[in-house]
Write a protein that binds this ligand. Structure first.
Ligand SMILES: [Zn+2]
Length: 539
């Protein structure tokens, strides 16, 4: 480990070094007055910590209040933490002033104050969340170009406080300005600005369209730039040929020549093996991005991720996909996303960068999937005890059971002609359908519960005298409730001919279909799901 006496050198090293603290007493002579630590600077630092402490609690309390939880800040250790951070600042600031170059001292002090304040806030935030029982957080970056690539990939995603990345939680990396927003408390999701409303599928389509437009615009811009360079290079060549080129133009001509040679080399000078490796690396990377998007879509429908985050991911993935279709821009596009300078791009570097990024996504996905799987199975079990939605319309139900139901009236819960809920005779309906995965079932149920339509229907069932039974039904477009990827998680049969005919059944078409959910208000006033199923629309 390297050691430095100067704080600028220390910070320039990336923090993985030690700083030498001067043990010489600070002389209080008149000449050195400038270089001794002003006590008011230490007080100002402490004041800053107190403001950050209050601001952090304000944010946490607001998130908890949205989930209906009131909490008091535990103050015991905060004072000790503030005292410790104050002492560290005082020591290190004195060291800077006594050992450092006076011309850089002021900037060094500001850097020190920022760094220690951020470290303090990161510690307090994690400790408070863990104390409150928060198990998972949403990673938030500053959303600007200075965010490092590895952190941009984690932006708006859900992670566990118990699963640390190699560079820690948000705010741990040197100069990391990311923050951790509380997401899950005691297994309950803290709704963080999640709004689910009608027309989500249209907004997803708009976001994808915007991604395509971005890629098209960039392809045109890239093409024009290369074309411009080429024309300019030849024009300057003519000026040189006729002896009228200026020295500055000659410098420009040589630079353009270098650039064009590099571009041509990059495109042409690839052997078959490199091209294949690169194609494979691309495919793995895009697969990882698609898997991330699918999980993000599910997380949004479970109430874990905001719509803005979801739409921006749809836009980015559409942009990447379109870049591939548009050919030559794909390599440079992805490379620049991964922080590689396009001008210096070499195929080997690109392959390594793509593989590394894909591996990072895979690691991140398995961390998030573990929680989502636990949440879905717990919620699914909970719904199974409420009504008969899952039993009748998911999982254990097979295509054969759906057909038996339509053709012979066999109830999926009892396996006989007796209805599992009413205990009456199970009538043979003209259609039967199911969700094919618990994810789709739980996501659709959560989507319905988060909709304005659900809230309005529940209000009516609770307070409108017309609803004596206290039960209500909500119908929403399947496209909105499930999203593009989960539209395939549905199966259904419709009777199109006589029951004893040759070909009585057809597959249900869910295009423009609805999710129908029926609820009953339980004795504690909370609606329970009675049943939920997808229905197709007649074409
Ligand atoms: Zn960061």
């Amino acid at each position: 480990m390297s050691s430095f006496a100067n704080f600028s050198q220390f910070t320039g090293h990336g923090g993985h070094a030690s700083i030498i603290l001067s043990l010489l007493p600070i002389e209080r002579s008149l000449e050195l007055k400038q270089s001794s630590l002003d006590p008011s600077s230490v007080d100002a630092f402490e004041q800053r910590l107190r403001e950050l402490t209050a601001e952090n609690w304000f944010g946490l309390a607001a998130a908890l209040r949205r989930a209906g939880i009131e909490a008091d800040p535990a103050a015991e250790y905060i004072e000790a933490e503030i005292g410790q951070a104050r002492a560290t600042y005082s020591d290190q600031a004195s060291a800077i002033l006594s050992a450092g170059d006076p011309s850089v001292s002021e900037a060094d002090l500001a850097t020190l104050s920022d760094w220690l304040a951020r470290r303090f806030l990161t510690e307090i935030n994690e400790r408070r969340q863990r104390d409150l029982g928060v198990t998972h957080y949403i990673w938030r970056t500053q959303d600007d170009p200075k965010v490092r690539t590895t952190h941009a990939e984690r932006d708006d995603r859900l992670f566990s406080w118990d699963d640390r990345f190699s560079d820690g939680h948000p705010g741990h990396g040197y100069n990391c300005r990311c923050t951790a927003e509380p997401a899950i408390l005691d297994g309950a999701i803290l709704l963080t600005e999640v709004t689910l409303s009608e027309g989500l599928s249209n907004r997803i389509a708009d976001a994808q369209g915007a991604g395509l437009a971005d890629a098209a615009a960039e392809a045109v811009a890239g093409g024009v730039e290369t074309l411009y360079s080429t024309i300019r290079f030849f024009w300057l060549g003519h000026r040189r040929l006729f002896g009228v080129i200026t020295p500055e133009e000659e410098v420009e001509r040589l630079a353009l020549r270098e650039g064009l040679i590099r571009t041509i080399d990059t495109i042409i000078n690839l052997d078959a093996e490199t091209v294949r490796s690169m194609a494979e690396a691309f495919i793995d990377y895009f697969d990882a991005r698609h898997a991330d998007l699918r999980l993000l879509d599910l997380e949004h429908r479970l109430g874990l991720v905001s719509e803005d985050s979801l739409l921006s991911a749809y836009r980015q993935v559409a942009y990447l996909d379109a870049s591939v279709t548009l050919g030559a821009t794909a390599l440079t596009t992805v490379a620049s996303r991964l922080g590689i300078g396009v001008a210096r791009l070499r195929p080997r570097d690109a392959i390594v960068a793509l593989r590394t990024a894909a591996a990072r996504y895979d690691g991140m996905l398995s961390m998030r999937r573990a929680f989502v799987a636990t949440y879905v199975s717990r919620r699914f079990a909970d719904l199974s005890t409420q009504g008969h939605g899952p039993q009748r319309h998911e999982g254990a139900v097979t295509r054969a059971i759906l057909e038996a139901r339509v053709l012979r009236g066999i109830g999926p819960m009892t396996g006989t002609r007796v209805d599992g809920v009413t205990r009456g005779r199970h009538r043979a309906p003209n259609a039967a359908s199911r969700f094919t995965t618990p994810e789709a079932f739980v996501a659709a149920e959560n989507y319905v519960r988060s909709s304005p339509e659900y809230r309005a229907a529940r209000e009516a069932a609770l307070f409108d005298p017309a609803f004596r039974e206290g039960s209500f039904e909500v119908a929403l477009p399947i496209r909105d409730a499930l999203g593009p990827d989960m539209m395939t998680a549905l199966e259904g049969v419709v009777r199109i001919g006589p029951r004893n005919g040759a070909d009585p059944l057809a597959a249900m078409n869910f295009e423009n279909g609805l999710v129908i959910a029926q609820f009953r208000i339980a004795t504690d006033g909370e609606p329970e799901l009675i049943t939920m199923f997808p229905v197709g629309r007649r074409q």
